[in-house]
Design a protein around this ligand. Sequence first.
Ligand SMILES: O=P(O)(O)OC[C@H]1O[C@H](OP(=O)(O)OP(=O)(O)O)[C@H](O)[C@@H]1O
Ligand SMILES: NC(=O)CC[C@H](N)C(=O)O
Length: 601
Amino acid sequence: APEINEALSLLQHRGQDAAGIVTCGPGGRFYQCKANGMVRDVFDANSLARLRGSMGVGHVRYPTAGSSNHAEAQPFYVNSPYGIVFAHNGNLINTTELRAFLDAEAHRHINTDSDSELLLNIFANNLQATGKFRINEEDIFTAIQGLMKQAKGGYTCVAMLAGFGIIAFRDPNGIRPLGLCSRNSPDAGSATASSSGTSSPAVGHGKDYCFTSESVVGDALGFDEFEDVKPGEAIIITRHQVSRRVLVDQSAYEFAPDIFEYVYFARPDSVMDGISVYRSRIAMGDRLAVTVRKTLRARMETIDVVIPVPDTSRVAALQVAQSLGVPYREGFVKNRYVGRTFIMPGQSVRRKNVRRKLNAMAMEFKGRNVLLVDDSIVRGTTSREIIQMAREAGAKKVVMASCAPAIRYSNVYGIDMPSRHELVAHGRTEEEVASHIHADLVIYQTLPDLVESVQECMTTVQIKRFDTAVFDGDYVTGGVDEAYLSSLESLRSDNAKLKTAASRISQPAGAAPTSGSGGTALVVGPPGEGAGDGKMAAPPAMQASYVATSGRENTNGNGLILPGGGERGGKDDEEDDGAPTTCQGPMNGADDLALHNGWSR
Ligand SMILES: O=P(O)(O)OC[C@H]1O[C@H](OP(=O)(O)OP(=O)(O)O)[C@H](O)[C@@H]1O
Ligand SMILES: NC(=O)CC[C@H](N)C(=O)O
């Protein structure tokens, strides 16, 4: 758990709404801690100490479906079959169909609006269909293969079967990223990776394994080997072996990773599908500089200084300045304690936080023609605010340059841009965008330049296509039509979210639905019995998780762990009575959630 916690803090930029860890300890019992909030708010030494076991799954959530309700915090859990814990990054586009299937045919109760809960239940239903008392890898591959036919959209998932092992898979188009890291375990163990066949017998020292959305986790936690999970591939790690298989006909699917990971979402020090995010941002800066130079020349304009919009655009902005031969200045200073504004839920909270986050240093702006460089202009929230700040600081002219082309279409695969009408460039020309954000001029990277910037940095795999739907409206999975986009807008536009939040606030505190079919009753047992190959206890030397694992088992806690006043500092030993601890902490009522997210009542 401490390592998973560390890993989640390295992935914090991918989700700030909720965080969770579930571990699997002796007897195949799951131990859970999850709540709304940043990683540092959700876990403390006490709660981590109670998360026992040598394998686990962690998640940081950035909602792209449902709401910010704590009931949708991940990982999710279902008790049947076998006891499954599940975490998902991405977004599904056929949730209506999946929900109807789970209700009418699978007879599975879905308790939240989360697409991830649906995906878990599809997986569980497919495992159930094997009808087996003990399942094996073949059964799991079959279940995931079925899921890949049923679920549409972007998904990377990590599941944990009680007492059996960790299972990870990536959608057939590889839209969302997923990597597998490994290192030699300090303890002797029995599992070893197989690169070719479907499984390999135990040999030599044991390894620790870690599935992660970004390679930075492996670097920071001392995992010396890293490989990307292939599109449509599933990997199963048990105490005995690593089994892997590509479950789709690869010729039927185009590999199309989301290019927005490189533009904005991922950390610069990560390498995804063999492409350094940092290097790709440098290349974006180089190409953007060419367009900026051409545009300024054509208009006979000059700029005096290049100023980045911290943080993401820094790498590219420095490159733009160097290419143009213009000074680079950090004109905005970022308050490091305010998170990413783009992934905050709701426009008013985003707008307020741009001001809280950035402060302009007047002397860098005064009397100058300023070129502001940002990675992307999405809703225009940031640009509008900072352009005004630049003018207030005395800038003569403000030109805004974006490393990404104009964003005119919804993202439906895991970046929360559901509503076209909220996008500042939707239905607007570049001149109209400039006037809307009060810039003297807006200069966008061209789409071919963006794609080439990323392709230029390819090392291991040749990627012919990226998901660029937010720029060109071409959705790689198909199935995204006007009817779908309109219904998505009506569900997930900022206005729709505000209405949902308002109705939740009017509910009594704690009236939120429970998460997963298992609700909060996560302790499963009885000890000594379990699923899969019948080896219940998590293997001591094999460690695997979504993000990271701990080689050492925590010894001073057990039972269901949830943070907050109700549990922290409470009784230590619930194993005997098996009673789940209820969660009454300050972050778990609907009222408190609203406060936590900064919404005003
Ligand atoms: O047009 P908008 O809707 O405002 O979205 C785009 C902005 O949001 C992001 O900043 P954010 O503060 O999230 O993250 P960063 O500090 O990592 O760049 C991004 O870097 C842009 O500045
Ligand atoms: N950012 C994500 O990966 C979101 C996962 C899932 N769609 C949710 O809303 O919880």
